[in-house]
Design a protein around this ligand. Structure first.
Ligand SMILES: Cc1cc2nc3c(=O)[nH]c(=O)nc-3n(C[C@H](O)[C@H](O)[C@H](O)COP(=O)(O)O)c2cc1C
Length: 333
């Protein structure tokens, strides 16, 4: 069969082969794309959307509160929008016990109290909104951001897995201390222990320390404002698409890369290196620019950037509370 396939391949010009594969790929990919487009147009679940909007906004404020130097009055449009979404949620008669709602209220209260504490007078419009939230939802509690010492943050790196796992956070504050390349390779070797499809090990890592290249990457990425410039190293995770055999394996690069990245984050934590994942959900032209900057070959797909560095003696981390197992599980017993 393989021999026949090879013979047939030899008979067809490359251009024809390309068009054939493109057609097969389109058919397979449309299956997924249609579901996504349908969801955006026809999924009228206001419950899901309001919770998504709460999370997106509260996380921005949460991050702002934990920046190395929070800018007084930061994020005004997001704060106003979050207040409005909280009020909208309130009118929808959804349970006040939901994580998204509790954390949104809690983060807004924290933002309000932070500005009182530093003696900064917020603009009247945002202050008015915040006071409504603070006064209307007095009993609602969420998780406050965590101010922690370096010693406390890493105290569980040699503890049993449950404690280790709970002690890792995304850290967005780094010193200029140099991370030895050898240590980064040790972390990447540990991440290589992640399972991969048929052990095909498709993930690749670009270690970037060049100041010029780091700036080039961070300028293309949309989630590192206020801290990205402090990263001593950027790790760019990519995956080789030639390791996949056909189009039905198209998600394997991202799936395998995700598993690899999680082990890498844990490995960095183990070696007391702070890190933060930075999404690579970018437009095609930005993706092209990254490829050019790091000379990423055409048969690789960039997946994620991880900013890394050693931490200062004291810093803040976003609490990012989680839903419980019960909330995200469906049981078929
Ligand atoms: C795929 C992915 C992309 C992310 N992108 C960003 C980003 O662009 N900027 C950022 O500050 N954090 C980013 N994060 C970090 C998340 O905000 C963080 O993991 C989440 O809030 C959970 O918090 P924790 O990592 O502290 O447990 C990203 C995380 C993942 C997994």
């Amino acid at each position: 069969m393989e021999a026949l396939k090879k013979k047939l391949k030899g008979l067809f010009p490359k251009k024809l082969m390309y068009l054939y594969y493109l057609q097969t790929a389109k058919k397979a990919v449309m299956f997924d794309i249609k579901r996504r487009v349908y969801d955006k147009v026809y999924n009228n679940s206001d419950d899901e959307k309001v919770k998504r909007d709460l999370t997106l906004a509260y996380h921005i404020v949460e991050k702002g509160l934990t920046m190395p130097t929070p800018r007084p009055g930061f994020g005004k449009p997001v704060v106003i929008s979050l207040c409005n979404t909280v009020l909208k949620y309130d009118t929808m008669n959804l349970p006040k016990t939901e994580l998204e709602f509790k954390q949104s209220v809690s983060v807004l209260r924290e933002y309000y109290e932070y500005h009182i504490e530093i003696g900064f007078k917020l603009d009247a419009d945002v202050l008015e909104k915040l006071e409504v939230i603070v006064n209307n939802f007095k009993g609602i509690e969420g998780l406050k951001q965590c101010h922690i010492s370096k010693e406390d943050y890493f105290k569980d790196v040699n503890s049993p897995f449950d404690l280790f796992c709970k002690s890792r956070y995304s850290v967005r504050n780094y010193t200029t201390e140099v991370i030895p390349v050898k240590v980064l390779h040790d972390c990447i070797d540990l991440a290589q222990k992640s399972p991969s499809f048929c052990n095909r090990q498709p993930t690749r890592v670009y270690i970037v320390k060049s100041a010029e290249k780091k700036t080039g990457i961070l300028d293309l990425q949309n989630g590192n404002r206020g801290f990205g410039h402090l990263a001593e190293t950027l790790l760019v995770i990519s995956s080789v698409i030639s390791t996949t055999k056909d189009i039905h394996e198209r998600n394997e690069n991202h799936l395998n890369g995700g598993m690899f990245s999680m082990t890498l984050l844990n490995a960095l934590h183990f070696y007391k290196i702070a890190a933060c994942s930075l999404n690579w959900s970018v437009s095609n032209d930005k993706d092209e620019k990254l490829r050019k900057l790091l000379k990423i070959p055409e048969n690789e797909v960039p997946l994620l950037v991880i900013s890394c560095g050693y931490v200062p003696d004291k810093f803040a981390i976003a609490s990012s509370p989680r839903k419980t197992s019960k909330e995200i599980t469906v049981e078929h017993l």
